[in-house]
Write a protein that binds this ligand. Structure first.
Ligand code: 6PG
Length: 226
């Protein structure tokens, strides 16, 4: 899975840089993408022109073991020596509201906008929770109703600890040129199955723009049955 995922990221980065001179890529945390990030970090030349962003972050300091930034720093940013000015960290330590406001402003400063005004990422790398959440957009959460002009949102009641987080909005995920969703293990098979069904706000992954979604799984995470 990680090899295929890394190849996909390299392809998208190369195409974006060729077409627009830059590739804005947002990363998720958790346990799934680490190996993919390590593979990417091992071939830095393939990532030239990439600007690193985050899909979500826990409200902890950047050196905290729970930090998604720390995961990226250890597996990708340092090994690939990605320039600090090309890394746009979510300042989770500022708390949900302040951190979300500052990140939305940072995104607005750097990203082009879609016709509807939403900032456009070239790629958002996502995992999926067993409950079908992506980034820190959880089943039935108010964040899913944040509206088209929401860019980055604060979360204070995450069912996945820690409770306080920052997350890109659904509108931003929908505006992205592509989302890459990674899943491994039998524990994700039901969520993946739900993602591929009808759009359902209790399965946030099912709300992603299907035609711009690439899903890379291992066999255990693949839905059983037809
Ligand atoms: C986070 C992640 C989150 C993650 C899923 C899957 O901050 O927790 O961004 O959205 O992608 O919860 O987590 P695992 O990869 O650990 O299964």
């Amino acid at each position: 899975m990680a090899e295929r995922a890394a190849a996909h990221v390299r392809l998208v980065v190369g195409q974006a840089v060729e077409e627009r001179g830059v590739a804005h890529v947002a990363l998720s945390g958790g346990t799934t993408p680490g190996r993919t990030y390590e593979l990417l970090g091992a071939e830095p030349a393939e990532l030239a022109g990439m600007e690193v962003w985050f899909a979500d972050e826990r409200c902890v300091p950047p050196e905290d073991p729970e930090s998604n930034y720390r995961l990226a720093r250890e597996t990708l940013l340092e090994p690939a020596a990605i320039a600090a000015e090309s890394v746009h960290r979510m300042e989770g330590e500022l708390g949900p509201q302040e951190g979300a406001a500052r990140y939305a402003a940072e995104i607005s400063r750097h990203l082009p906008n879609a016709p509807d005004g939403a900032p456009v990422f070239d790629l958002v790398v996502l995992g999926i929770g067993p409950d079908g959440h992506v980034a820190s957009l959880f089943p039935g959460a108010a964040t899913l109703d944040a509206g088209g002009d929401a860019i980055c949102l604060g979360v204070s009641d995450s069912p996945k600890p820690p409770p306080q987080r920052l997350t890109l909005s659904l509108a931003v995920l929908e505006a992205a040129r592509g989302c890459l969703l990674l899943a491994t293990g039998a524990g994700k098979a039901d969520a993946v199955d739900g993602m591929l069904g009808e759009a359902d706000r209790h399965i946030p992954a099912s709300l992603l723009r299907r035609e711009r979604l690439t899903v890379i799984l291992d066999d255990e995470a693949a839905p059983s049955g037809p």
